[in-house]
Design a protein around this ligand. Structure first.
Ligand code: GLC
Length: 745
């Protein structure tokens, strides 16, 4: 023992304990910028090249030598995508990656409640964190320019102000987990048809007033840590590395310090990817000439070709260092942030969030004869009709497709809620999309039905006739040309003969409610034939429970439309004036493109229907309740400002019905005289309030100069002009209840 002690003593004395200095880049206590510079200074040229492009389908390498971890990305905006193989879209068949499928982002937008967006972001971010992902490839916020866009369900509607107010809390919620959002698809990816060659031709005023505000809010207020560039072109260059969008606007005017990630397969050459502000290349099909060459990551445009270009002097290292800095910053904000939470997957909180957001987003569009909620005291037989009452919708639709832990269908939700209080009789009504598979994930449902359309309709009519109330669940699904990536709808019409079926059912029993499950607007030529209509979106795991709560009155619906429900495409500027899907052209670089002039300019959605005095089926911001609300007279007060005055407009709102309900009070601003044409009115404020029966609340909005400005392309700046304005306050874009005018000096 003595010998051992003396040996240890000698050892201790002989070796001065070298407390190695922790390198700055590894030291959480140091500011990120110092860590970035320190890491960059230690990296070789090849290591800098490695981190700016993919190494697999959804990951990019870190710097193994320095202990800088890999960067793992995952889809999507409504749930964490199941794992695929290293280099393929094929399922990896993991058994631990079933996720919570949250409602579609149109459903979130339809809540008109930023608190729901924060809850949504926090919840989905926890699932991405738990799956050890650093970047969540969402949210999508492209403006709803046409009801035909296959990906409207992934986005937040037609109005830039609503999108701006809903995207910021979503971003903050996700990133509170140490997971980056990747706001997409920046910018002007407003259709799926020709998505790789669409060349939107958009003037600056339209760009800045309609298509950029959501992205600007995400970047400047949400502090989004990454953006995804779109596939389409803009003014001669692909969006993913467009010098105007990326360098001039995003990184220049907005001063954004995040990383730009390409869409998958959106990069087509090295030169412009280097100079056009792209920071990470993913998904390229790079044997250089065509699609699909396995493990060709060194062929990526920002890989060997770029390295060679630097070595032979074609490129300097200035752009490379900027790209590497942005990737390192993203890394330190996420995977190398030791203080980030640990996340959770499939928690009770996530289930509750999924259901709550769904219940808040469902929009009651019409409710004649107070058909809804179902009064179980006297309704004893309920006909449930339609494929969408039984079809699982979390699988399909493209990259947002999920492997959900479970999914409660509308029929199952109703059965669970109603139990033996009433008899539920189901009839299929029609066969739409009996499949249920995407990318190797299957729903497990077999929805094949050999019966003819006539047999199906006859059964549905018979079941309807015999019931006290009919609930028709129809709409779209996630199949091609429905709500689906990489394909647009071919018309606004409901598919599968639903219009004729609805009319036949309603003729047999007018006590019919149509529950439309879709992510985009559809034509509804039968609104006068049915008592009730509900826009039910895609609500994820808790679909059936959320809808049953609302249909039985456990929950009073409070959603509002985030886009205009046109009666026909003639009412939509993109089709009436704009061009869709565009015409063949050649851009400045000689690319064959589909030029698509946005001739409608800033007149998108209600801005177009207002200007042309059109009456849509249901207007932007519309949604009714099981109670009623009365608006009093608006009053307005001026506060003297240094630069410009501010105004506070106040309106008393009363619940005049017999049950508690929520109302989203909307503020629109009208500029009565301006040097440039302006919309009749524009959304500049909204507040969702809950009122008990008989309760009155004063709802106030502060109107600052920002709410009065328009973008002057000559000045390339926002400005407001002195003159008279009106504050219009209402329950939808066409249901203005009161107004107050004021003068800006
Ligand atoms: C897709 C989509 C994009 C998605 C990416 C990865 O093509 O456009 O939204 O995040 O590829 O799946």
């Amino acid at each position: 023992m003595k010998a051992l002690i003396s040996a240890l003593t000698l050892f201790a004395a002989g070796t001065t304990c070298i407390q190695a200095e922790t390198p700055v880049y590894l030291d959480d206590s140091k500011p990120i910028e110092e860590r970035v510079e320190d890491a960059l200074s230690r990296m070789t040229l090849r290591e800098k090249i490695n981190i700016i492009h993919a190494q697999s389908k959804f990951s990019a390498p870190g710097v193994p030598r320095l202990g800088i971890p890999e960067m793992w990305c995952t889809d999507g905006p409504m749930g964490v995508r199941p794992e695929v193989l290293w280099d393929k879209w094929t399922q990896a068949k993991w058994t631990n990656d079933s996720c919570t499928a949250f409602p579609s982002l149109t459903a979130l937008a339809a809540t008109w409640d930023p608190d729901m967006a924060l809850l949504y972001g926090k919840s989905i971010g926890e699932e991405a964190r738990y799956r050890n992902k650093s970047v969540l490839l969402g949210p999508g916020i492209n403006i709803y320019r046409t009801p035909l866009n296959g990906r409207n369900f992934e986005y937040m509607g037609e109005d830039p102000y609503l999108v701006s107010k809903m995207v910021v809390p979503y971003v903050k919620g996700v990133q509170s987990n140490g997971v980056a959002v990747c706001v997409k698809h920046y910018a002007l990816n407003n259709n799926e048809i020709n998505r790789h060659t669409s060349n939107p031709i958009v003037d600056d005023r339209t760009l800045y007033e309609i298509y950029l505000p959501g992205f600007r809010a995400a970047a400047q207020e949400g502090n989004a840590w990454s953006f995804m560039g779109g596939y389409n072109l803009f003014r001669g260059e692909h969006a993913s590395y467009n010098p105007i969008l990326m360098n001039d606007i995003l990184k220049g005017e907005w001063g954004w310090d995040g990383a730009v990630i390409s869409d998958w397969g959106a990069v087509h050459d090295t030169r412009t990817a280097v100079s056009g502000g792209l920071d990470m290349e993913f998904g390229s099909w790079t044997n250089g000439l065509s699609n699909g060459h396995s493990n060709a990551y060194d062929n990526y445009f920002l890989a060997e070709p770029y390295l060679k270009g630097i070595q032979d002097g074609t490129y300097s290292t200035v752009e490379l260092d900027d790209k590497a800095r942005r990737v390192l910053r993203l890394t330190f904000r996420t995977v190398m942030n030791r203080n980030r939470p640990f996340g959770a997957m499939g928690s009770d909180e996530h289930v509750a969030a999924c259901r709550k957001i769904g219940e808040e987003g469902v929009v009651l569009l019409q409710n004649r004869n107070n058909l809804l909620p179902i009064n179980l005291d006297n309704v004893k037989k309920i006909a449930v009709i339609g494929e969408n009452a039984i079809k699982m919708m979390t699988v399909g639709g493209g990259s947002s497709s999920l492997k959900a832990r479970y999914e409660v269908t509308p029929l199952d939700g109703l059965k669970a809620r109603i139990g033996n209080k009433a008899q539920i009789v189901y009839a299929r009504g029609y066969v739409g999309d009996p499949t249920g598979e995407y990318n190797g994930v299957t729903t497990g449902q077999d929805l094949n039905d050999p019966r003819s359309p006539e047999e199906l309709r006859d059964e549905a009519v018979r079941v309807a006739r015999d019931a006290d109330i009919v609930l028709f669940f129809g709409g779209l699904n996630k199949a091609a040309h429905n709500d689906c990536e990489d394909s647009d709808r071919l018309s606004m019409e409901l598919p599968y003969g639903q219009n004729e079926l609805i009319e036949a059912i309603a003729a047999a029993n007018p006590r019919t409610a149509v529950i439309n499950i879709s992510g985009t607007g559809v034509a509804m030529p039968w609104t006068d034939k049915v008592d009730a209509i509900m826009q039910a979106w895609y609500l994820g795991n808790e679909t059936g429970n959320a809808l049953a709560s609302i249909l039985t009155g456990d929950v009073n619906p409070s959603g509002k439309l985030p886009y205009t429900y046109y009666a026909s495409l003639d009412q939509c500027g993109a089709h009436k004036m704009g061009e869709y899907p565009g015409h063949p052209g050649v851009d400045e670089l000689g690319n064959e493109v589909m030029d698509m002039p946005y001739n409608e300019g800033i007149f998108v959605g209600y801005r177009f229907t207002d200007k042309n005095k059109l009456r849509p089926t249901f207007p932007f911001g519309h949604g009714i309740s099981y109670t009623t609300f009365k608006y009093g007279k608006a009053t307005i007060d001026r506060s003297e400002g240094t630069e410009t005055d501010t105004f506070t407009v106040t309106v008393p709102v009363t619940n005049t019905g017999s049950r508690t309900g929520k109302e989203t009070v909307q503020l629109y601003i009208a500029d009565l005289k301006s040097s440039l044409p302006r919309p009749v009115k524009e959304l500049k404020g909204f507040k969702k309030i809950e009122l008990q029966p008989g309760q009155t609340a004063d709802v106030s909005f502060t109107i600052t100069a920002d709410a009065l400005k328009f973008f002057d392309p000559e000045l390339h700046a926002w400005k407001c002009e002195p003159g008279t304005f009106e504050a219009l306050i209402g329950s939808s874009a066409t249901d203005i209840r009161t107004k107050a005018s004021f003068k800006l000096r």
